[in-house]
Design a protein around this ligand. Structure first.
Ligand code: MSP
Length: 468
């Protein structure tokens, strides 16, 4: 049997329409899924939307809609966007799907029967924006730093999930890298939390949030959004709560943003440990996309819209700009000016010119080159650390070198002066183009196809129109 590869993306809240931060993670997952398919592995790539909870209940009310109707609309927008961005996910899960809800109830009942969930009271500071309980020390001037809002003090009867009980096991799994958190500094962050203040049991139910999945053993309560949400990683595989999980579980790579690391590194593994299921092999944590050095927000008016990107740069242009923006684990700062500049420099000029010049100079010469076969095992080493930008930089360095060669040899004159010599150079340049088209397949699938076609027919077309 061939090796399997399971990559997960966070399921996005349907409180507002998709933005470039969501596209960032999902394009990265798409690149990984394409890569593992090329290696001949059996790949599952999950996508979906997280639809319950107070935040969505409130947003729907503001819009004068029923939560389900509101969720349908926005979930649909995510699906449409993935289609536009050429995202080839294996399945799309909605937490409002019946089969998901049923599985969540099976799991809750199991955890309750095992004593991993018990009734108590819970007091905490709840940030609706995060849909998370925060600690006093997370706050800046009493406010949640991510949402710039005072959290609510919640004190209510609640069901709690035992976290303290699994703490030692969790530390062991993290240190042995069985549950591998990367980049390293994020692992350090989690370990310092576990070994410092330690875990306390957490509330997994809300009493006054009607838009959620009811606890099967106490219908007055609905389950906490995160318990509902995490289980998507299993239910998307068709799992219904059975003892054995699916053949794709555990996930090989779970991509997450840094703001959802803590819950993914505590509540989620706790649920799995209580159920006796394997933990995801690797949490790959990425930073945030900032705009002009600040978190993108409607109030600041600095948000870059994904629709605007698609309109300006096209599908592959957008995929390229997102994946080349910076190191995956770090925050990366973008502005529309920077994006336009990079698009023009790398795609319109560097790559676009290379293709059109080589094809044009080759008119009447007819140099040919065998299509290059890529050794993906070898190339993929550069993807092992999830440094997508380095991989792309490597490809565009090749493009640049090829352009330089044309300049240095004054190839457009050489074809007249010494046709044999020019033909030799053209052959090697066609070889480079063929290699580039292969290497771009993961990131810029349409462009890769176009270049292959151009090489076959020797007819150039404009790949990326310059933006003024
Ligand atoms: N619904 C939860 C996730 C549940 S997963 C079991 C959630 N949703 S979210 O829509 O708020 O955010 C989802 C992801 O988008 C997170 O990984 C978050 O880090 C990411 N991003 C949100 N804004 C972002 C940027 N500006 N830049 C990069 N990623 C960002 O949390």
């Amino acid at each position: 049997m061939s090796k399997k590869f399971y990559v997960t993306t966070p399921i996005y809240y349907v409180n507002a329409k998709p933005h470039i931060g969501h596209a960032y993670t999902t394009v990265a997952a798409d690149v990984l899924a394409r890569f593992h398919k090329l290696l001949g592995e059996e790949v599952f790539f999950s996508a979906g939307t997280d639809e319950h909870g107070l935040k969505i209940q409130q947003k729907a009310a503001e819009a004068g809609k029923q939560p389900r109707e509101f969720a349908d609309e926005i979930s649909g927008q995510f699906k449409d966007l993935w289609e536009k961005l050429n995202i080839k996910y294996s399945d799309f899960i909605r937490t409002t799907d019946d089969k998901h809800k049923a599985a969540v109830q099976v799991v809750l009942q199991k955890l309750f029967d095992k004593g991993a969930i018990y009734k108590g009271t819970y007091k905490g500071l709840y940030c609706v924006g995060c849909e998370q309980f925060l600690n006093e020390k997370d706050l800046i001037e009493g406010k949640c730093p991510d949402h710039d809002k005072k959290p609510e003090v919640v004190e209510e009867e609640a069901y709690l999930l035992k976290l303290a009980a699994i703490q030692d096991e969790l530390i062991k799994r993290i240190k042995s890298k069985e549950f591998h958190i990367t980049p390293q500094r994020y692992e350090n962050e989690v370990l310092s939390l576990l070994e410092g203040e330690g875990l306390r049991d957490v509330s997994v139910s809300r009493k006054n949030v009607s838009w959620g999945i009811p606890l099967p053993f106490d219908a007055e309560h609905t389950t906490y959004v995160w318990v509902d949400a995490f289980l998507n990683y299993l239910t998307v595989l068709g799992w219904g709560g059975e003892e054995k999980s699916s053949k794709f579980w555990p996930a090989d790579v779970s991509l997450i943003g840094k703001d959802i690391l803590r819950v993914h590194a505590t509540i989620w593994p706790a649920i799995l440990l209580h159920l006796g299921l394997p933990l995801p092999k690797q949490l790959v944590v990425h930073g945030h996309i900032l705009s002009d050095g600040k978190k993108m927000s409607k109030t600041l008016g600095n948000a870059i819209s994904i629709d605007e990107m698609l309109e300006k740069f096209g599908v592959d242009g957008t995929r390229y700009l997102l994946m080349s923006a910076g190191a995956f684990g770090e925050d990366v700062d973008v502005t529309m000016e920077i994006l336009v500049e990079r698009y023009n420099a790398q795609l319109a000029n560097n790559l676009g010119n290379l293709v059109s010049r080589v094809i044009k100079i080759n008119e009447g010469i007819g140099a040919k080159n065998e299509a290059k076969k890529i050794n993906w095992e070898e190339e993929g080493k550069r993807l092992a650390d999830f440094q997508f930008n380095d991989f792309l930089d490597g490809v565009f360095k090749k493009v640049n070198e090829a352009n330089k060669k044309i300049e240095e040899t004054k190839l457009w004159e050489l074809v007249k002066a010494d046709e044999d010599k020019a033909k030799e150079i053209l052959e090697s340049l066609l070889g480079v183009l063929s290699e580039i088209s292969e290497l771009l397949e993961l990131f810029l699938p349409e462009t890769s196809e176009k270049i292959k076609k151009i090489l076959e027919t020797n007819k150039a077309e404009i790949l990326f129109p310059r933006i003024k």
